[in-house]
Ligand binder design. Structure first.
Ligand code: IMP
Length: 473
């Protein structure tokens, strides 16, 4: 490295440190830092990409020297775009047009990007973002280049943390109202929505914990001299549903124009899933997934949605991760009591990564023909010496589980643990040990996702609260 480069890097870091102590907003600081990085490294552009809470997507929060078109080329999947960075490694790409580690090599080529360097941004040992620089000429990045970028990444981590703190403070720039931070991978500053209906839609999605990204990507609809002369940027992308959503305003002329664009987009990009929605439509869309006013009203007898499909699925994945970690090197036997548990057990086991087996039993319930609880279907497996994980849909008074645990313990398993999706702790009569709990819920009768009321509602993809009047009937 020449002395000149060394001086440039030193001066850039000094300038960044000064900006950090003088700039008023975190976003302003980041913009300035990103710009100074590209200048110091003599590259065409640079970008800071924030990892979303589920560590799936990379969202640009500050960029310099890159066209809007390139930034919005598509939602970057962190697992597909330079995945080694998520392992904490710096990754240098010499030829962006051919390197398969990039998710969109053709876009990079089109934007004239030849080489790039990417480093992780780490806070307290956890990767929270990625910092990238882009060069128009092929470039071998030196050890010093990597060190410089890693130092800038450390500075970015501090600023990002400051931003998070700002957000958590009452009256902060986008202080969340509920106890929960919004799950959407929202950029660093409050988003300026083009229309109030978009903001309302975003709020609705947040309420039901559906991840979204605002205006994530621009699609060229017509070209002139190889450049997009007409672009279309859908309002939202919902990663879980792999769906783009465009909201129409109330003006019919604009709605017709949007209709034309959406038709053209579907023609040009048949793999893209896009929906054009008016207000009524998007209520219907949410209803399909068990959300929103129509979602509740559609199912007779359901008072409200307690846990949405995506909330359930997210938690099931987390539980499976914990179980896989705890049973590493062992082969657990999962036991479910029919029938309520079948949805939960089926989803849970598909996310468990250690070898496992499954068995079912059935028992009689109070109010059925038998005088006392009894096993109506016994296990097919000998559980002696096995690591047994009892999987329950819901634990209410604890009487059912207590009976089953006694029954299983008598058969001498090597270990016996319990995983339940729902815990109605307030109603407990008999204390039972619970090792994994999906959600603690209040004193309400719930149905859906396998749980029934007189044999009905098991097929609902969400968990809803049953209207008490109906229960009494
Ligand atoms: P426990 O013996 O009182 O813990 O009752 C557990 C069983 O009662 C569960 O396996 C369910 O079959 C049923 N149960 C308890 N609460 C609910 C509910 O809210 N919805 C549906 N079934 C429930």
């Amino acid at each position: 490295m020449t002395k000149e480069t060394k001086t440039r890097y030193y001066q850039a870091l000094r300038h960044m440190a000064q900006t950090m102590s003088s700039a008023t907003t975190a976003r302003g600081t980041l913009r300035s830092v990103i710009k100074a990085t590209a200048r110091a490294m003599e590259v065409a552009g640079s970008a800071l990409l924030l990892l979303d809470p589920d560590r799936e997507y990379l969202i640009p929060v500050a960029a310099s020297g890159l066209s809007d078109w390139y930034l919005r080329k598509g939602l970057l999947n962190a697992q597909k775009s330079l995945p080694e960075v998520l392992e904490g490694k710096a990754v240098a790409i010499l030829d962006a047009a051919t390197d398969t580690r990039l998710e969109y090599p053709e876009s990079a080529a089109k934007a004239g990007i030849a080489s790039l360097l990417c480093v992780p941004v780490t806070h307290r040992g956890e990767i929270i973002a990625e910092l990238r620089v882009y060069s128009r000429q092929q470039r071998q990045f030196s050890r010093r280049d990597r060190e410089f970028l890693a130092t800038v990444a450390d500075l970015c981590a501090t600023v990002l943390e400051r931003w998070r703190l700002e957000q958590a403070l009452p009256g902060g720039p986008t202080a969340p109202t509920g106890a929960q931070m919004p799950r959407s991978p929202s950029p660093i500053a409050p988003i300026s929505f083009a229309h109030p209906s978009e903001e309302e839609f975003a709020r609705l999605l947040d309420f039901y914990r559906i991840d979204w990204v605002y205006e994530p990507r621009s699609f060229p609809l017509h070209w002139e001299d190889d450049k997009g002369s007409e672009m279309f940027t859908p309002d939202f992308y919902l990663p879980e549903l792999d769906l783009y959503v465009e909201l129409t305003t109330l003006k019919p002329r604009l709605a017709a124009e949007k209709n034309r664009k959406v038709r053209r987009l579907k023609q040009l990009y048949p793999d893209i899933n896009i929906r054009l929605l008016n207000k009524k439509d998007y209520h219907r869309l949410l209803a399909k997934y068990g959300h929103g006013p129509l979602g509740e009203a559609k199912v007779e007898g359901i008072e409200r949605v307690l846990l949405s499909t995506s909330q359930i699925q997210g938690r099931v994945r987390q539980l499976a991760r914990l179980i896989s970690r705890d049973y590493e090197g062992r082969q657990p036997l999962l036991i479910g009591v029919l029938k309520g548990v079948f949805c939960f057990l089926a989803d849970l086991m598909r996310h468990i990564t250690v070898p496992m087996s499954v068995d079912f039993m059935a028992i009689s319930y109070y109010g059925e023909n038998s005088e006392a609880v009894q096993i109506t279907k016994d296990l097919d497996t000998n559980i002696s010496g096995r690591d047994v994980l009892m999987v329950e849909d819901i634990v209410d008074t604890g009487m059912t589980l207590n009976y089953i645990l006694r029954y299983l313990r008598a058969r001498d398993p090597a270990s016996l643990r319990v995983c339940t999706l729902l815990d109605k702790r307030v109603r407990r009569l008999i204390e039972v040990p619970l090792d994994y709990v999906g959600f603690e819920i209040g004193d309400q009768f719930v149905v859906g996702y396998g749980l029934d009321y007189r044999g009905e509602y098991r097929n609902l993809p969400f968990i809803g609260v049953l209207n008490p009047e109906l229960r009494e009937a």
